[in-house]
Design a protein around this ligand. Structure first.
Ligand code: LLP
Length: 423
């Protein structure tokens, strides 16, 4: 059993749904991202079932994987989108996503991005500072429209996750401190080109416990009640994303457990009219993808064994950036003479590693699958060392589709120009 239900062994070969990964590697080369359409659908279904008949809007946190095929699949399933840039907005518009289901998050929104979002007619701006509030009011005023806003409140709770992906603590750059929220809401309510519609938070990522969400929720519900007493009536509460996935042996929080507890607390406080918005990214796509890579060389020494593979930190930066663990599966396991290997890429940096100290039986030319690479893998990829970004393939049952070809080498520098000759 692997960590991802839709990537399992059949007759000794790892498959994506019904397609052997060896076949895809042969046809498209490696490194190669392979996604499972069924996994996307199943992950969506767990949110849909968790929501049931309740008033819940799931806005896919598309920074996790913004390939148009992935976005389109979620759009067709009924998703809204959580965007953090004008670029992400453009992607959603390119697949005909419904702007009235878009929430616009992010700590540094620029004027052009605000204009584009207002023009599109997004559901809500999640505003992260008083300065942003003032800018948005100006931009909306100039455009002659009213912008719907939530304030992203920083509830000062510990999400119990990696410090780089923990966002709800006082010392993080995100949101408006909960103590300052009331005053900022008053300011927002006083600006004629803004309409206060929501309260928002996002406390971190890869969260596996419900506790931090409930701590944040209690603080936000108290805020919503106080706002109501002051005549500011909130329509929706956005609890952000953050639900974790299984990379190794984690037991992730299920959307149902989260939503059941949230709605229980809403009923208890007579706030059942609130719409709940969630912005899940990783939990919708993380285990819907793997990164395939080929072993180029083996280097054995007394100190360490290295498997040098053709994928690198430019394809998957999570291990070196967050010390993240991704399971490694041999696509056709040999089952004999395993040794402890560091799996490293060809990039000229000691930080270019993908996994450490893994027991594997390997030979040159073997195909490996780096698991749980559906989220924050391709979207964080770069072209460092002039390495083209790898192709992305979506498997659907026994069929498969290239949803982004490998970048042609020449395209990496085709738009660069030389300086004029010096005289
Ligand atoms: N909403 C907001 C405002 C966010 O900042 C994020 C993620 C999400 C939603 C989606 O969170 P998720 O459900 O995926 O946890 N690159 C890191 C993760 C960074 C998350 C940034 N914000 C990683 O690879 O672990």
């Amino acid at each position: 059993m692997t960590v991802a239900p839709d990537f399992q062994f059949q007759n000794g070969v790892l498959h994506a749904e019904s397609v052997p990964l060896t076949k895809l590697a042969q046809e498209f080369g490696t490194p190669l991202y392979v996604y499972s359409r069924k996994a996307l659908n199943d992950a969506w279904e767990s949110y849909r079932q968790a929501a049931g008949q309740r008033n819940v809007l799931i806005c896919y946190g598309m920074k996790a994987n913004s390939n148009l095929a992935v976005l389109n699949e979620f759009k067709n399933l009924g998703a809204g989108f959580d965007i953090v840039s004008g670029g992400e907005l453009a992607r959603v518009l390119a697949i005909g996503g419904d702007p009235s289901k878009i929430v616009f998050s992010g700590v540094g929104k620029q004027v052009w991005e605000m204009r584009a979002a207002l023009k599109a007619g997004v559901k809500c701006f999640n505003v992260e500072s008083e300065a942003e509030l003032v800018r948005l009011a100006e931009v909306a005023g100039q455009a002659g429209v009213v912008a719907d806003v939530s304030l992203r409140v920083n509830p000062d709770v510990d999400a119990l996750t990696h410090p780089y992906i923990s966002t709800g603590l006082k010392e993080n750059k995100f949101g408006i401190a909960i103590e300052a929220a009331l005053a900022t809401y008053q300011r927002a309510a006083s600006l004629p080109s803004l309409r206060v519609v929501g309260v928002d938070c996002h406390i971190g990522s890869q969260i596996t416990e419900v506790g931090p969400y409930l701590d944040a929720l209690e603080k936000l519900l108290a805020l919503i009640e106080t706002l109501a007493q002051q005549g500011v009536h909130i329509r929706h509460l956005d609890l952000g994303g953050g639900i974790g996935i299984r990379y190794t042996d984690e037991t992730p929080l299920s959307p149902k457990v989260l939503l059941d507890q949230v709605f229980e607390r809403l009923q208890a406080r007579d706030l059942g009219h609130l719409q709940i918005v969630l912005e899940p990214g990783r939990s919708l796509v993380g285990n819907a993808g793997v990164l395939l890579t080929t072993v180029e060389y083996l280097k054995h020494s007394t100190a360490k064994n290295f498997a040098v593979v053709d994928a690198a930190m430019n394809d998957l930066i999570r291990p070196t950036l967050y010390d993240a663990w991704h399971s490694i599966e041999a696509v056709e396991p040999r089952g004999q003479s395993a040794r402890k290997y560091d799996i490293v890429g060809p990039i000229c940096e000691s930080g270019d590693w993908l996994a450490r100290d893994r027991m594997l039986a390997l030979q040159q030319g073997d195909l490996l699958a780096i698991m749980s690479a559906g989220a924050y893998a391709f979207t964080m990829a770069s072209q460092y060392n002039t390495r083209p970004r790898a192709a992305e393939v979506m498997v659907d049952g026994e069929h498969y589709h290239v949803v982004r070809p490998r970048e042609p080498l020449h395209s990496l520098f085709a738009s660069e120009t030389l300086l004029p000759e010096t005289k």
